[in-house]
Design a protein around this ligand. Structure first.
Ligand SMILES: Cc1cc2nc3c(=O)[nH]c(=O)nc-3n(C[C@H](O)[C@H](O)[C@H](O)COP(=O)(O)OP(=O)(O)OC[C@H]3O[C@@H](n4cnc5c(N)ncnc54)[C@H](O)[C@@H]3O)c2cc1C
Length: 382
């Protein structure tokens, strides 16, 4: 039997996240975006209320909840504001490869720092010359005694300016391609680590995005993630199986917010003697928005349910992420259209949502990369 009903605990969690989004995020979203304010206190409050880092297992101080609970919460947070959702999710993304690949001792240190002390972390993989093509990264880590020496630079790292530590992907065997990559935990106060200025992005401006430069950064050898070198690539990539359902949930939440604003406005604005929604062209636009939002949520829940059931969800997560991100872009663009000239003004929230949607088709694997993943999965046994 397929049951689309949430259980009591899931409903309560969703309601808690919805209240938080309504009371703590929405009232500030415009200001955060306009002034590029990083919402640190609100992120801390969300953590204290048990709305962040839900997948950290109980044995390391976390809530130990599933991907399904995470996507429920993340849809609501992004409904509140997509920039807040991205900023708040950076730590969970950095924790994903630690959960899947770190040793017990490492999990006890780093996951506890997040779960119990509210530490922030960032996932540092992309480089100036390597985004979609992760295998082309150039950052190196060379073993010297009990340390690794890291050199290179990372680009577009969400939350970098506020992170206490980073998950960093580097080459430990540059001749071995993706098999020669390792993950490291690097503290943000390490000597030789420097941050670029906050990028001025098109949207989601409250989220902090920066470059990081590693100039002979020395890291204790026990901060190599896992027991041995070379597992870095698999570890960094498998993190996406956990994170992409959540990015899809963010996209669903953004699209839902844009649709709700458009629906409400279509009832307030009159043209040719009747409310906008009485014109079939507008009503069909609203109908398509709603269908695609429902489909985004179903694909998101499916990919999360797969993850929780231990079913490999690389393909279902790619379906969800691709479809939901493209839907967020389309729905928010159509919401601006429903608002007409007012939609083009920053006075109304739909412009901010449209700007915020674009990056969802780019980060965590672009829409083209998701199609590459799906294409690879569906043709691999031909
Ligand atoms: C706001 C923001 C936050 C980010 N946060 C993080 C973060 O926290 N950590 C992190 O590591 N990275 C982060 N990123 C980086 C992000 O993951 C990359 O930007 C993304 O993977 C795309 O890489 P790129 O920008 O180098 O584009 P490129 O890889 O240069 O691609 C350019 C375009 O070509 C397309 N393309 C590339 N290759 C192909 C192909 N083979 N076939 C068809 N089309 C192709 C892409 O889809 C894209 O549209 C962030 C980026 C942004 C903008």
């Amino acid at each position: 039997m397929v049951d689309f009903q949430l259980d009591e605990m899931q409903e309560m969690l969703r309601e808690l996240a919805q209240e938080f989004a309504r009371d703590e995020i929405r009232p500030h979203a415009e200001h955060w975006d306009e002034e590029s304010v990083y919402p640190k206190e609100t992120i801390q409050l969300a953590h204290e209320m048990g709305l962040l880092n839900l997948h950290i297992p109980e044995e390391y101080g976390g809530p130990g909840l599933g991907c399904m609970e995470e996507v429920l919460v993340n849809e609501e947070l992004a409904w509140g504001d997509p920039g807040f959702a991205t900023a708040a999710y950076a730590t969970a993304l950095a924790c994903a490869p630690i959960i899947t690949g770190a040793t017990e001792a490492q999990k006890n240190i780093w996951l506890r720092k997040v779960a119990e002390e509210g530490a922030l972390a960032s996932y540092a993989v992309t480089e100036p010359g390597a985004g979609s093509d992760v295998a082309a990264i150039q950052t190196t880590a060379v073993r010297e005694g009990d340390e690794y020496v890291i050199n290179g630079s990372k680009m577009w790292i969400t939350g970098a300016g506020y992170a206490d530590f980073f998950f960093v992907l580097a080459k430990t065997d540059p001749d071995a391609g993706y098999r020669g990559m390792s993950g490291f935990i690097v503290e943000s106060n390490a000597d030789g680590l420097s941050l670029g200025k906050k990028e001025t992005n098109m949207g989601q401006r409250c989220s902090d995005t920066r470059s990081i430069t590693f100039n002979n950064v020395r890291v204790p050898a026990n901060q190599l993630v896992g027991e041995s070198e070379s597992g870095g690539w698999m570890n960094a990539m498998s993190a996406f199986d956990l994170s992409r359902p959540n990015i899809a949930a963010h996209a669903t939440g953004l699209a839902r917010a844009a649709y709700e604003y458009a629906l409400q406005y279509s009832n307030e604005r009159q043209t040719f003697g009747k409310p906008l929604h009485k014109h079939q062209a507008i009503q069909f636009m609203l109908a398509d928005m709603k269908t695609n939002i429902e489909a985004s949520r179903m694909l998101t829940w499916k990919s999360a349910a797969d993850a929780d059931a231990g079913i490999k969800n690389t393909e279902s997560a790619a379906h969800a992420k691709r479809f939901a991100a493209d839907t967020a872009m389309q729905v928010s663009t159509d919401a601006v259209q429903v608002y007409g000239g007012y939609g083009y003004s920053e006075e109304y929230p739909v412009a901010r949502l449209m700007r915020g949607a674009k990056v969802m088709q780019i980060y965590e694997g672009s829409s083209q990369v998701q199609r590459m993943i799906i294409g690879r999965e569906i043709t691999k046994n031909l």
